[in-house]
Design a binder for this molecule. Sequence first.
Ligand SMILES: Cc1cc2nc3c(=O)[nH]c(=O)nc-3n(C[C@H](O)[C@H](O)[C@H](O)COP(=O)(O)OP(=O)(O)OC[C@H]3O[C@@H](n4cnc5c(N)ncnc54)[C@H](O)[C@@H]3O)c2cc1C
Length: 408
Amino acid sequence: MSNAHAVIVGASHAAAQLSVGLRQSGWEGGISVVGSEAIPPYHRPPLSKDYLGGDKHADELLIRPAAFYQQQDINLVLGTRVTALDRANKEIELHDGARIPYTKLALTTGAAVRKLPLTGSDLDGVLYLRELSDVDRIRGYLGAGKSAVIIGGGYIGLETAASLRKQGMNVTVLEAQPRVLQRVTAPEVSAFYSRVHREEGVNIMTEAQVQAISGEGRVQGVTLSDGTHIDADLVIIGVGVIPATELAETAGLEVDNGIVVDEYARTSDHDIVAAGDCTNHYSAIYDRRLRLESVQNATDQAKLAAGTLCGKLEAYNALPWFWSDQYDLKLQIAGLSQGFDRVVMRGDSESGRSFAAFYFSGERLLAVDAVNRPKEFMSVRRALTQGQSADPEVLADDSADIKQAFST
Ligand SMILES: Cc1cc2nc3c(=O)[nH]c(=O)nc-3n(C[C@H](O)[C@H](O)[C@H](O)COP(=O)(O)OP(=O)(O)OC[C@H]3O[C@@H](n4cnc5c(N)ncnc54)[C@H](O)[C@@H]3O)c2cc1C
């Protein structure tokens, strides 16, 4: 056993993978994972899906059982916030003032919800959704026939709407932009999700500017800037996240919309790596820097970061992919659609519940949004990984074999 000590700050998807990856890459020293949430790393995506819907118990969310970390001699320090990073002495400081020395450090601090400074946002019944404890709190306000207002029509807002509808609640989604999912999808896909949510009984309001949340002690409603009032027993705010970079920034590491890392997940201090939602990395596939918010990125980047800390350098070049589950819809996304100038549709998004939207920039296929279309998702994922191009005419022809669309 070596005296070296690897410390990982944050205990979620990236940390779970990084700690195990260190052992797999031959790290023989100590490993400590310090996280502010009180439970071992768990799968975050089910929070707005099965867990909010009551279909899963907290134990079922754990990425690995606590005993696994013990077997691997990985020390979990939970319910503990790291407040400072002292690079000169190679120590981290905890909220109670205790200090832990490190030989190598990994920052997997993820992202935190963007807060809305609205009048009434401190009322009882106004909540955010990022952590398991947030959902446990939300649970106290659920009930058939009660009214929920969700501020934000992104993936998390829409998944939350679907889960609350399933429980018989009256649900309104307020989106400030002209369409839901505007930042991440084509108008066709936004129109599809608005339609399905309306079919399921959700009141979707776009171009809705929230002016204030009202109530006395406890939330009673939301008022829009045009004077519209919507009753609410519960308000959930889901307007995006910001990367948790304070520790890195205060310690003088380079930060620019995330902790800046190189292709080996190294920060500007090479004894410190970072992985997951908190990072900003260069993508050779898209030839630009990216800050991603996905389990794929957290896991793949962490795997590589573990190798880096063990002296095994491998450049990060994974294809981004993502998913979202709402009602009977399984959306799978391969690639990144930002910068697209054309969308090719396969299947019927206007009245059906199964289609694929292929995003192009000129001749180049960038990404696919595949709803209940695993074959299309898998084909595009493979094609983008292998640098293949695609024939838009074959893609658009739902009767043609999808495999015929790709060539090298
Ligand atoms: C409701 C919801 C649904 C989602 N659904 C999907 C989905 O369907 N598909 C998908 O790919 N992604 C989804 N995501 C995103 C995905 O969960 C994140 O990309 C992923 O969790 C990132 O993992 P991470 O380890 O980088 O960071 P995080 O999961 O953000 O974890 C960071 C951890 O570090 C802790 N921390 C931060 N600072 C400190 C500190 N100073 N000291 C100690 N601890 C600290 C935080 O408390 C947190 O526990 C969803 C996210 C949410 C919230």
